[in-house]
Design a protein around this ligand. Structure first.
Ligand code: 2PG
Ligand code: MG
Length: 437
């Protein structure tokens, strides 16, 4: 009698993890999954610097070497317990695989095995399953409907935790809602990024780039960075607010606690209302279309207040507030905090949980942005998730450094491959559910 299960080409036969290095030169986990049919999937997990306290936990070795950041424990967990537990499972049943990982870990936040161990396997298995079908991952995930190229949010100045806290606001980004293709959005972005660099140079303020490749921010105030970005857009011969607009990641949890916000660059402290007023003023004055984490994760009421005040015309994004959690998203929806969710798979530790958050977001009428972390690698999985899940927006960091460009370039390849079937998300996705497929 033929054993049908063992004849399944997608059955997992081999799992292996190794330590590799991320874009900050820190250790991280790469996993490989090979199936019965010989298909191989490989993935590398990223790491954040400005993290929400409710994120799934990555496992680090601690101790004195490499700042305690080594990942031998997480690698050993994949090569031991995890490999044993997932052996024989079909790589194309992502939900069952991820459920096994969650059960095996047994904690609410992957504290035992490590979200870096579980996510490496979760993503590698998805790649292996796509390889079994001989398809690129986005197509495996989304089928023939996966044709929506995301609107990119691209960092021009990098601040906060990614630039020695030179500015309080973390990401000053450009978006090109009027571009007609992803390729055109990249071209416009390239010119804005270049002009911003020239502007800094002409002021004698060029000090290299921050963690995600954005220009190192030498400004006297946070607002001066926004003004400079508007100038860079103009010098790129684009109409600010129409062709190219501004997105901010305030990352307010980094400088705000218990309703007090310390703007170190400006030597002043604001309460929650003061922050809402300040941001509302910026939104009024500058061509800003998206604001992420305007208030801290421990300040959901002010977050909701800000969303009520500006959310009709503005995309208000929850990152530290929502940490890609379906449960936290539903809670936020009941109070009206944010209208868009940032989706980072390593905030949860499996693809299934991250996708569940996106589903909850769609149900609640929230928009979504798939996002990289500040510590990245050549891995391009998130580009495929953005397109395969039809999310409509993608945030990867800046327009420099290989780990960022690898992702933009992957989206360009997919746009070219889709040819006439490719649709560029454009302005329609800002703060809203993506258009029906
Ligand atoms: C964020 C990300 C990316 P980090 O806050 O959105 O910019 O940063 O990966 O450090 O959390
Ligand atoms: Mg953020």
């Amino acid at each position: 009698m033929t054993n049908l299960r063992s004849a399944n080409a997608s059955e997992i036969r081999f799992v292996h993890a190794r330590r590799v290095w991320d874009s900050r030169g820190r250790p991280t986990v790469e996993a490989e999954v090979r199936t019965h049919g010989g298909a191989l999937g490989r993935a590398i997990v990223p790491a954040g610097a400005s993290r929400g306290t409710r994120e799934a936990l990555e496992r680090r070795d601690g101790g004195g070497r490499l700042g305690g950041l080594d990942v031998h424990g997480a690698v050993a967990a994949v090569n031991g317990e995890i490999a044993q537990a997932v052996m024989g499972l079909p790589a194309d049943d992502q939900a069952a695989l991820d459920e096994r990982l969650i059960e095996l870990d047994g904690t609410p936040n992957k504290a035992r095995l490590g979200a870096n161990a579980t996510l490496a396997v979760s993503m590698a298995a998805a790649h292996a399953a796509a390889a079994v079908q001989g398809m690129p991952l986005y197509q495996y995930l989304g089928g023939p409907a996966a044709t929506l190229l995301p609107l990119p949010q691209v960092q021009v100045f990098g601040g906060g935790a990614h630039a020695g806290r030179r500015t309080d606001v973390q990401d000053f980004m450009v978006v090109c809602p009027a571009a007609t293709s992803f390729a055109q959005a990249m071209e416009w972005t390239a010119e804005v990024y270049r002009q911003a660099g020239l502007l800094m140079q002409s002021r004698g303020a060029t000090f290299g780039v921050a963690d995600e490749g954005g220009w190192w921010p030498v400004f006297n105030s946070n607002e001066q960075a926004i003004e400079s970005l508007v100038q860079a857009i103009e010098r790129a011969h684009l109409v600010p607010g129409e062709q190219a607009a501004i997105a901010l990641d305030v990352a307010a949890s980094e400088f705000g606690k218990a309703g007090r916000y310390t703007l170190a660059l400006e030597r002043r402290e604001l309460d929650s209302d003061g922050m809402v007023e300040l941001l509302a003023r910026w939104v009024e004055k500058y061509p800003i279309v998206s604001v992420e984490d305007p208030l801290a994760e421990d300040d959901p009421e002010a977050f909701a207040h800000f969303t009520r005040a500006v959310g009709r015309k503005l995309q208000v994004v929850g990152d530290d507030l929502l940490v890609s959690s379906a449960t936290l998203l539903r809670q936020a929806a009941t109070v009206g905090a944010a209208n868009t969710v940032l989706l980072k798979p390593n905030q949860r530790g499996t693809l299934t949980e991250t996708q569940a958050c996106w589903q909850a977001a769609r149900q609640a009428g929230y928009a979504g942005i798939v996002s990289a972390r500040s510590g990245e690698s050549e891995d391009t999985t998130i580009v495929h998730l953005a397109i395969g899940w039809g999310v409509g927006q993608l945030k990867v960091g800046s327009f420099a450094r290989g780990e960022r460009m690898a992702k933009w370039n992957e989206a360009l390849r997919i746009e070219e491959r889709l040819g006439a079937r490719a649709r560029f998300a454009g302005a329609a996705v800002l703060g809203r559910n993506p258009p029906a497929r």
